[in-house]
Design a protein around this ligand. Sequence first.
Ligand SMILES: [Mg+2]
Length: 189
Amino acid sequence: MTTAPNESAAVFLDRDGTLMREVNYCADPKQVEIFPGVPEALRRLQAAGYKLIVISNQAGIGRGYFTEEQYRAVEAEVERAVLPANFDGVYFCPDRPDLATDRRKPAPGMVFEARRDHKIDLARSFFIGDKAIDIECGRNAGVRTILVKTGYGAGETRAAPDWIAEDLSAAVDIILNLNEASRGDSPAG
Ligand SMILES: [Mg+2]
């Protein structure tokens, strides 16, 4: 496929249940528990030229369960815990489900913001998440989708992803194997 040379491929990542253990409305950095192998898997994506973009619904803010300041403290801990990997962007949506804008997953608003901010080629990009809303968000944005079985993923029967993986590391294997298969045709980066 043809793409503008200055555009990058990206992997969009759900946070809770995908990068870290699902805890209901995580409001405390002490609750952050990154899954084993996640920093290394993210580093492999970065080495292959993919930008890493977190796309997270945080309705706990809109519901008044925790403040944006508390959210920021959790975000900072997640960023510390995935080192030496680094996110190129972190997007979150504070909307309550009953007052959702086009930023709240499954709507693709945050993905489109990231595309604009980071010059991303969606046709070469992926969305990884543990819920049907992640898969729908990716589809709505026009990227390929992988459901992970961590978090809510093992019980998620409503999703129709392009692939299903045991965890983030296995999802990254899928992406890099595809990339390998098409090398010289549409490499990332
Ligand atoms: Mg999740």
